[in-house]
Design a protein around this ligand. Structure first.
Ligand SMILES: Cc1cc2nc3c(=O)[nH]c(=O)nc-3n(C[C@H](O)[C@H](O)[C@H](O)COP(=O)(O)OP(=O)(O)OC[C@H]3O[C@@H](n4cnc5c(N)ncnc54)[C@H](O)[C@@H]3O)c2cc1C
Length: 297
């Protein structure tokens, strides 16, 4: 049984490739320019398309390979392009697709998958005949192999999509999904000027600053690419410090994979305290400067 893995974001290939490798042989597909790390995750071949947004052409190619029997399953990163492609392949190849799986088990006649539901509050275990899956970030801890895959550039067939224009969004210049330590702020911050209290703390633990949806989307205290949660980024740092964040399920859905969670909130009944390993009930503006003093020592 052979599978394929697709991600337009090359940074997501290692985790999905590690999952696919556990099932047998697989090929990896991505877009852009070849990076050396792509060939270290055990793919039989790594195929590189010139562009990732020609989703109809990518789906034509991959669905034909699914129909011909070359691949049994396809694991696709849950990016904007990935979600388009999964839907198109499902329709073109007439196979079922499942979105956002967080675990996968093959039992020959069917597959068993798990995925979060109700914004991450519960986990659904399902048995199905699906063959296409979009994969939530962090499905496996990436592990390299001791041999290199062959990398090949491939051209796509005709596409009905053409890019009219492309404009870079204003960004904070950090990728919170790759951060090992995150200090995340919520509405409890009060206003943007108070970031100056948080910044010394974040830099003293080499953390990047992220935030809840109101902080990033509604008040713009931080750029939108720093939003953690269901409709933001999914992060898995070693340490996640939540300051003035209540811990609603839509936020938790984005940081549940963190190894150690520390929360400071002045409301002792805030739901974030159900999710953290260490919790401090109190005013962050009193506690954070004291932590910085201690860390300096
Ligand atoms: C479809 C949908 C998608 C969503 N997606 C996301 C998402 O991706 N990410 C996300 O974050 N939210 C998301 N939300 C919003 C989510 O439901 C919550 O509204 C949001 O997470 C609350 O943000 P918060 O914790 O910063 O604010 P609040 O819920 O207002 O909490 C602020 C907290 O700060 C504490 N506080 C106040 N002052 C202090 C102080 N001085 N010291 C310490 N603590 C203090 C308060 O006790 C309170 O618990 C989504 C909602 C919907 C409907």
């Amino acid at each position: 049984m052979k599978s394929f893995v697709f991600s337009d974001d090359q940074g997501l290939i290692p985790a999905i490739a590690t999952l696919a490798r556990g099932l047998g042989e697989f090929d990896a597909y991505t877009a852009g320019s070849a990076s050396a790390s792509l060939s270290r995750y055990g793919a039989s071949k790594v195929f590189i398309f010139p562009e990732a947004n020609l989703t109809d052409a990518i789906a034509d190619l991959l669905s034909a390979k699914l129909v011909s029997g070359e691949y049994k399953y396809g694991f696709i990163a849950s990016t904007v392009n990935g979600r388009d492609i999964a839907g198109l392949i499902s329709a073109k190849a007439n196979v079922n697709a499942l979105a956002e799986i967080s675990s996968f088990q093959d039992s020959q006649s069917s597959v068993r998958t798990k995925r979060f539901s109700f914004g991450g509050k519960s986990v659904l275990e399902e048995e199905s005949n699906a063959r296409i899956f979009t994969v939530a970030p962090g499905i496996a801890d990436p592990k390299e192999v001791d041999h290199e895959s062959q990398v090949e550039q491939i051209q796509l067939g005709p596409s009905k999509i053409s890019v009219i224009s492309s404009e870079d969004k204003k960004s904070g210049g950090v990728d919170i999904e790759k951060a090992q330590a995150i200090v995340s702020i919520g509405r409890g911050l009060g206003n943007k000027d108070k970031l100056s209290v948080i910044e010394p703390f974040a830099s003293s633990i080499n953390a990047v600053i992220a935030g809840s949806r109101p902080v990033c989307l509604d008040y713009h205290w931080l750029s939108e690419d720093r939003q953690v949660g269901l409709s933001g980024k999914k992060v898995r740092p070693k340490v996640y410090v939540a300051l003035g964040i209540s811990g609603q399920i839509q936020h938790i859905a984005g940081m549940r994979g963190s190894k150690i969670v520390i929360a400071i909130n002045k409301d002792k009944s805030a739901p974030i305290f159900d999710e953290c390993d260490y919790g401090i009930v109190g005013d962050m503006f009193q506690i954070v400067p004291k932590l910085v003093e201690e860390l300096k020592k």
